[in-house]
Design a protein around this ligand. Sequence first.
Ligand code: ADP
Ligand code: ZN
Length: 515
Amino acid sequence: MTPTEVLKNIFGYDNFRPGQQAVIQKVLNEQNVLAVMPTGAGKSLCYQVPALSREGVTLVISPLISLMKDQVDSLKQNGINAAALNSTTPQEEVNPILRQAYEGKIKLLYVTPERLEMDYFRYQLNFLNVRLVAVDEAHCISQWGHDFRPAYRKILSGINSLRSRPNILALTATATPEVRSDIAHQLNISPNDFVITSFARPNISFKIVNSPKNTRLYVSQFIKSHPEESGIIYTNTRKEVQVLVNYLNERGLNVEGYHGGMESQERESVQDDFQFDRVKVIVATNAFGMGIDKSNVRYVIHANSARNIESYYQEAGRAGRDGLESTAILIYHPSDLQTYRWFIDNSEADDKYRQAQYQKLNDITNYVNSGECLQQFIVRYFGQECKPCGKCSNCLDDRKKANVTNEAQKIIGMIYDLDGRFGKSIVAQAVTGSTNQKMKSIRANKLEHYGSLKKPQSEVISLIDYLIANGYLELTTGQYPLVHATNLGWDVLDGKQQVFRKIEQKPSSNANSQE
Ligand code: ADP
Ligand code: ZN
């Protein structure tokens, strides 16, 4: 069958989606390919269609057993015989599965990267005509990515040892240019064979809610005002899932919780309730979502910020897969980032990976504070361009821009005085003239800009965040990030550059900024 026939007759779809045909063509031409497409774009079809339109077996490397199971189940529902081999497969089932693959009855075989490391498994694969190895969630190969998985590093040598010399198709939803070239380098893919579709999600309105007084109240009011709609609320800990579910239930809202600590049966039943609209809203950790294929999710709210832009966009992107107008809200509280920092501080990962994760925390902080179009910010983060969306909370922010050069100069001057040796809060304490022990021990009161800015510290920190997000200042990466000025920042200090910011135009704050 031709790819178009497979699409129509087996999957029942009329048209390919953007990028699919280009990928399939390259695969059939036996090129190694990297496909970068957002969540929900239809990456799986890019290897399933070629697998079914020609002889031979396609090996799909997948990081999660649950993900494999979902894929195999949904293929079986379409009448396609596929199988998964992983640590949960009973030993007596392995040989029959491989036999069926040998006989051409199974065309898609899902395996974990660890399985490909096993000598005996690779020996067995040599009896099969493996044409293509599809590497799903390919960003797991990169330490610059957000989900590094050591076994992914050995995929290429595993593939190279196969007698049938299959081609490679790497797939991911979340690759920055850096991660992209790392994947290509490690899997031997030429930059000419990248297929990258647009990252913009025009039917999603992105919104930031910065430091609300009561996050739980905000969430409950949002749910109440959208009673007919399906939504997902992400929190950062299992405990917060439970607390928030109780809070919402007590207010008469029918929501269910989901996290990795629940029994698998219970998780499945929550997932089904959501899928079949028996419950409209799920409160979950990031364990929820992989393999969920619900097209009419109208909103996704991150109640405790997010650990990085990649995960944020993947999770927020579960809204509006049907193409209808949807909303993605990030509720931001600086203390949430402390939790994520703590996760990184205490992770077992090596230093390089940890540094990359700290940088990603800085990036998401910049997302919250930048003031530019949110859709544009994200798309640029992934190395693309798009027009301002006209409907995110920044595009709709009609406050006037105020000149904050004077305040910025005091902050940058303070950083100069302190020689760039401190983080945000020490800078804010010093420039506002705090008299605590730390100020005494560093003799801050002897410095030129000490106490030069008469504002609450929280406002000063917010301005520092703004200056970082807009390139006047930068944070070092690491457990205790220091604030440094960039060249643009020094230009502000020298009076060569002005800084504008949208803020509430209260008469009193205007008077302050003129001082
Ligand atoms: P991804 O892996 O990119 O997140 P999936 O491969 O899971 O996305 O596909 C998302 C949904 O889109 C699935 O329900 C899939 O069946 C559907 N889909 C994929 N390609 C097409 C197409 N050409 N036409 C219609 N629906 C499609
Ligand atoms: Zn916008």
